[in-house]
Unconditional design. Sequence first.
Length: 184
Amino acid sequence: MKTAVSDKIYTVAEYIQEELRSEVRHEFVNGQLFEMAGEKRLNNIIAGFFYLLFVQSLKKAGYYACINDVKVAIPGSSKYYYPDVFVTKEKSTEKNTYIQYEPEIIVEVVSESTHVTDYVDKYIDYCKIPSLLYYLIVEPETNLITVCERDDNNDWITHKYTHPDATVKLAKLDIEFLVKQVYE
């Protein structure tokens, strides 16, 4: 479990200013800052695969992808996370210069320190984002991709893919890829 960097409670404005000055990224949860650990090379390579996949697949449809250094807000809360990769069509405004509010896909590549957070805390929080269609949780050390998909009834359905030749389909955005492509 992550530990807050101090006992100080920050406002959102203080958090943003702190992030602009800091050499280390922090996620913001209810006024507290939580330092982001560095990534393994493998995690970064997997995140890069998804970033390129999304840019190549969705750019013509007006989407853009962000990797590692852009925050996503959780509606109705004071929580801001740095997903490994996310995709959005959100138009640029003064309000979203540092924080995005309308991701449609979020990808988290799990590490030892984020395992519980990615599968539990972030899953619960990300499901609150009305625009989100897919939340992908990727295990870097083994073939396991968990795809959480919002259905037409606004419920979340989970699919797990482990076989290297399995095809992962994100049908709402007309994207598909093989599990083995992620781990090549």
